[in-house]
Design a binder for this molecule. Structure first.
Ligand SMILES: Nc1ncnc2c1ncn2[C@@H]1O[C@H](COP(=O)(O)OP(=O)(O)OP(=O)(O)O)[C@@H](O)[C@H]1O
Length: 659
């Protein structure tokens, strides 16, 4: 009783006599001076109570701190903490989050107004070790009378800050004990506990960092405790795949995020059976949205740390499909540097294509089969702003009428018998933000042409069997070896689609009319083929070279390359002779010789319609646009995708202003 009275006397003296405060260390004394200046009622000063709503918010915000502190302190609370003392967890603002200790401690704490959902600041309760430690981010201990408020003088308090890896203050832990029971090394104990909590925070922080290392594959790790499944790691990619708001989901119950409903049964089976699985495609409903994922999972058991977790690697099916497409046939390998051609025609084409690549307008490539439309489309893509995005090609002639719609727009799950369960992405979605190359556009069925036109105009579409509108940002490059003008005249190709696709129209002439390119291309292919076959580079004899120039090349560049490959791979001669060429071409060579040049061409090209009409005729296009738009110039300019001012300049240029 005497000591208690002594302590009370000392405490009173410190309140009324500044000399009595000289024995305090500097930081504590300064805090006392400030507390006195606040005019606090030190006999009744209490920490501020926090509303339950605010406290709930703080608990969610500091979920990570609470869980990591629980991991360290709960085992202590159960086994080692004796009845007399306890531990107190604070957040970085001095909010008391949790008390750990047996019943006697809890009662003692309550008697001294040490309760959860209270905020401990110097301004409300005067000098106390918790706010002192938080304010200066230091370990602090205050015993009995060194505390400002009457309610703290019965105890001894040892506070240690809890910091994150980057040094930021995250909270604090305090050991509280009735004053008479305190001993010397208690601050060291508290600091050790704080370090243990920091280590937990670091470990989970590092695990999350690890989970975020890949942008493509998400990591979800869950922990099983008392029959509940909690989230340990949910990487940013998983948050994105599930379409959830971006925040910390640490230790949230998994079924709050992915409800354990029949739709999500396959996913919950993985969690509940806790087995190892690889690459399972799963359909989920998260937050009311359908999500298709590919999952690999592995259980983690760590007995020493009581860890019973499952680690899941999650990738969106959308992404996998995209990769499959990207890495199968859809790679734009060619740049303009790979396009060989010294002829004036080819040089002009390359110049025009380079300019066109910088715009976002649709491009229509016209020309016979094998002239290089595909390689030019790739080069345009690679020279455009979209070069880092997908280049997706589709050959419109190689699908049936029904299939091509699925190929272009994809389908929803169960859209038709035999459809994949998880549905499929179409080329439009795969090409989002990139380029869609519609090869052989002249062979697209008429009804699909109407759909395509709508997609080009609205920049959105519906999947086959689906209702959801999918927005896309795709640049179209279309190509054809068909005479579209003739097709339009025969009602087989939509005129409006022709104009929409051919905002920029580029005609690639056949090889026979690019005489200068034949030998350059031949030499280029010879070097390339010989290198690939590991053979010394072969020459062309003079007469073979002369034969080359006179041959009509109905198959254009493709034919030239195939012929050279056929000859080089079956002969060991170091020179390609004219005889060799004749032998390879057989009847074709004889035919080529037996008729005059123009007859040869028409013979070989009987299936290829003249492209001359396809050559870009701007005047004709403008007249046609005006006719379609009933002479409304604004509409006609829009129809051609031309700025109005340019349109007027063209009207003037072609003497059409009076129309
Ligand atoms: N200027 C060129 N330089 C280099 N290689 C070329 C050139 N033009 C065409 N080729 C090659 O010729 C072959 C045929 O070209 P490509 O497939 O681009 O023709 P295409 O006009 O798209 O034919 P199709 O109409 O049949 O689809 C390809 O292997 C391509 O690499």
């Amino acid at each position: 009783m005497k000591t208690q009275n002594n302590s009370m006397d000392k405490w009173m003296r410190m309140h009324i006599d500044s000399n009595a405060r000289q024995e305090l260390d500097d930081l504590t004394r300064q805090s006392w001076e400030r507390s006195i200046s606040y005019n606090l009622d030190y006999t009744n000063a209490l920490p501020k109570e926090i509303s339950s709503q605010e406290f709930k918010r703080i608990q969610i915000e500091r979920q990570r701190l609470c869980v990591c502190a629980n991991n360290v302190l709960e085992p202590l609370e159960q086994r080692y903490i004796n009845n007399g003392y306890g531990l107190i967890l604070f957040d970085q603002s001095g909010c008391l989050l949790r008390l750990y200790g047996k019943e006697r401690f809890q009662t003692w704490a309550a008697d001294n107004h040490i309760k959860i959902a209270t905020r401990w600041s110097e301004k409300t309760i005067g000098t106390n070790p918790f706010s002192l430690g938080i304010q200066h981010e230091i370990a602090a201990s205050l015993i009995g009378e060194k505390n400002f408020s009457r309610f703290l003088i019965n105890g001894a308090y040892f506070f240690a800050p809890i910091r994150l890896e980057n040094g930021d203050l995250y909270g604090g832990i305090a050991l509280a004990i009735p004053k008479d029971s305190s001993s010397d090394n208690m601050l060291a104990w508290t600091i050790t506990l704080a370090r243990a909590i920091e280590l937990q925070l670091f470990w989970f922080g590092a695990a999350s960092l690890f989970g975020n290392m890949s942008d493509n594959c998400g990591m979800l790790s869950v922990d099983r405790f008392n029959g509940q499944v909690h989230i340990l790691i949910m990487s940013d990619e998983v948050i994105k795949i599930f379409g959830l708001p971006s925040r910390d989901y640490y230790y949230e119950k998994l079924d709050n995020i992915i409800p354990n409903t029949p739709t999500n049964k396959s996913f919950w089976n993985i969690i509940n059976t806790d087995s190892k699985i690889a690459d399972k495609n799963i359909h989920l409903n998260v937050n009311g949205k359908s999500v298709d994922i590919n999952v690999s999972a592995a259980p983690i058991r760590q007995t020493k740390f009581h860890m019973h977790a499952t680690l899941l690697y999650i990738t969106s099916i959308k992404r996998i499909n995209k990769l499959i497409s990207q890495y199968s046939s859809n790679i734009a390998r060619y740049g303009f540097e790979n396009i060989i051609g010294q002829s004036e025609a080819m040089q002009t084409i390359i110049r025009r294509c380079k300019t066109a690549a910088l715009t976002d307008s649709n491009i229509l490539l016209l020309g016979e089969s094998g002239v290089g439309k595909d390689v030019i489309a790739q080069a345009i893509h690679n020279n455009s702003d979209r070069s880092k995005k997908p280049f997706i090609a589709i050959n419109c002639a190689s699908f049936s009428k029904d299939l091509i719609a699925c190929e272009l727009f994809g389908y929803e799950n169960g859209a038709f018998t035999g459809a994949k369960k998880e549905g499929a992405l179409g080329k439009f979605e795969l090409a989002d933000n990139g380029t869609l190359f519609l090869d052989e556009i002249g062979d697209m069925p008429l009804d699909l042409q109407a759909v395509l036109l709508r997609v080009l105009e609205e920049k959105s579409f519906r999947k086959v069997g689906g209702n959801v509108v999918v927005d896309v940002n795709v640049r179209i490059i279309a190509a054809t070896n068909k005479n579209l003008i003739k097709k339009i005249a025969n009602g087989l190709f939509r005129e409006d689609l022709f104009y929409r696709l051919g905002i920029i129209r580029i005609y690639i002439p056949p090889l026979r009319s690019r005489e200068n390119d034949i030998m350059i291309l031949a030499k280029h292919f010879i070097t390339q083929i010989c290198a690939r076959l590991g053979k010394p580079v072969v020459n062309l004899s003079n007469s073979a070279a002369a034969f080359f120039k006179n041959y009509p090349w109905p198959g254009n560049v493709r034919e030239l390359r195939n012929m050279l490959e056929g000859i080089i791979s079956t002969s060991d001669d170091l020179e390609i002779s004219e005889q060799e060429l004749r032998r390879y071409l057989g009847d074709f060579a004889a035919e080529a010789e037996s008729s005059d040049h123009s007859a040869q061409i028409s013979h070989f090209l009987q299936n290829i319609e003249s492209q001359d009409e396809c050559i870009y005729d701007e005047r004709r296009d403008i007249v046609r646009a005006l006719k379609i738009c009933h002479n409304n110039r604004t509409k006609a300019a829009d129809y051609l995708g031309m700025p109005l001012r340019t349109f007027y300049r063209r009207l003037k240029k072609y003497g059409l202003l009076m129309l």
